[in-house]
Structures are given as C-alpha cells and as structure tokens.
Ligand binder design. Structure first.
Ligand code: DX5
Ligand code: ZN
Length: 217
C-alpha cells in the first residue's frame, strides 16, 4: 500500500502570512507544501514568483513543491531552483519543448514534474517517463482554487499502468477534498494537492482546523 502525501496549496492561505501559514500546515500534518505560480498569460490569474518562493523557503521544513503555470518556463527554471524548490513542475502545454524543459529542471538540481491540463491525454507523457519524477494530473482547469473536481480517474489509472515500477509520483491537483481524495487514491495517485479543503475554517492563530481537514482527506 503506497503512502498518500497531502500537499496543501498556499493559494488558499493568507497571502499576508505565507511563512506562518506554511509552518502551520506542516505542524498540522502536511507532507509537502504546494506553491502555485501563475503568470496571467498561461493561465488567467497572477499569483507570485520566485522571490516569494525564496521568502517562504525558510518556513518550510519539508518539500517545497512548485507548480509553474507560466509560459515560457525555461528562462525561469534556475530562479525557482535557486529559491529552493525541491520539485519544479512545468505544464506540457506551456511550450513546444517539454522534454528539454524537464531535462533542464533536473540539471538545476530539482525533481522534474510535468503537469497535464484536463484536456491533455495520459499518452502524451509516454516518451517523457525517463526524464520525469512526477506527473501532475490537473482535475480542474488551472488558474483558480476552489473549482469543481473533474473526474479523470481513467487517466490516472492509465498513467499508473504506464509508469509501471518507475519511481514517478502521480499528483492530483484541483478539487481534492474528503469526498474525491479516496477516488483518486484508489485510481493510483500518491500526492494529493488540496487548497480550499485544507485551509477552510482555520487561520494561523487557529490552525487546528487545518489538521482536522488534512486528516479528513
Ligand atoms: C489551480 C492550482 C491548484 C489549486 C487547488 O490552478 O494549481 O493547486 O490551488 O485548489 P483547490 O484545492 O481549492 O481546488
Ligand atoms: Zn497547483
């Protein structure tokens, strides 16, 4: 039985308190911290960039999981690696050279992730498995937290079969909550990103709900 990791997305945290929010979710049982970078071009929203990642890094003991919803990616890889990202995930749809991008991420010292929009089929990563450490299956169209889960269990099952015994994580991002988490875990996911489902009801001064929410997932 594979151990499921919970990766709270700080997109749903208090933007004025990222350091304390990261420490709070970790203390409440988060395995990884998921950091959503948006450029207003690849996705219709803007969040923050490498300087913010560098600022929060000292407040995260474990894995900083950086999800880049930006295009282009390659000019910024070293900045995010320097900021202390452990995992850097780029979208397959963000440019014509995803294989090169994944190689460059590994060369930066980070683990290389590839994210797939809901409309991108599992088979599109078939020739990337040797340069990939994580496949992020988007179960919403990227850009915003709090959206409705899109049921892509067949895609997750297909990816799990394709991966075989390679040490590649399958991460699910979007609409993960206590209801949908068991479904995607059964389909083969092992890292579950959750924003609104983790941060709802709590705050840095009252972080206990984060722990309750994490345990409910
Ligand atoms: C969506 C982001 C997600 C988002 C998840 O573009 O990549 O990480 O924050 O938020 P919830 O869990 O609220 O769907
Ligand atoms: Zn994300």
């Amino acid at each position: 039985d594979r151990k499921i990791k919970i990766a709270p997305s700080i997109l749903a945290a208090d933007f004025a308190n990222f350091g304390a929010e990261c420490a709070a979710v970790e203390a409440q049982g988060a395995d990884w911290v998921h950091v959503d970078v948006m450029d207003g071009h690849f996705v219709p929203n803007i969040s923050f960039g490498p300087a913010t990642c560098a600022a929060i890094r000292p407040h995260i003991k474990g894995v900083m999981d950086v999800h880049l919803m930006i295009a282009p990616v390659d000019p910024y890889i070293d900045a995010f690696a320097q900021a202390g990202a452990d995992v850097i995930t780029a979208h397959l749809e963000a440019g014509p050279h995803i294989h090169r991008t994944l190689q460059a991420i590994r060369a930066s010292g980070a683990k290389a992730g590839v994210a797939l929009n809901p409309g991108t089929p599992a088979e599109s990563v078939a020739d990337l498995l040797e340069v990939t450490d994580l496949i992020c299956v988007m179960t919403v169209n990227p850009g915003f937290g709090g959206q409705k889960f899109i049921d892509l269990r067949t895609k997750i099952e297909t990816l799990r079969r394709m991966i075989g015994d390679r040490p590649i994580h399958i991460e699910i991002d979007g609409g993960v909550d206590a209801k949908t988490a068991p479904l995607v875990a059964a389909a083969g996911a092992d890292v579950l990103v959750a924003g609104s489902a983790v941060f709802k009801g709590g705050s840095v001064s009252d972080p206990a709900p984060y722990g309750e929410n994490i345990r409910a997932i």
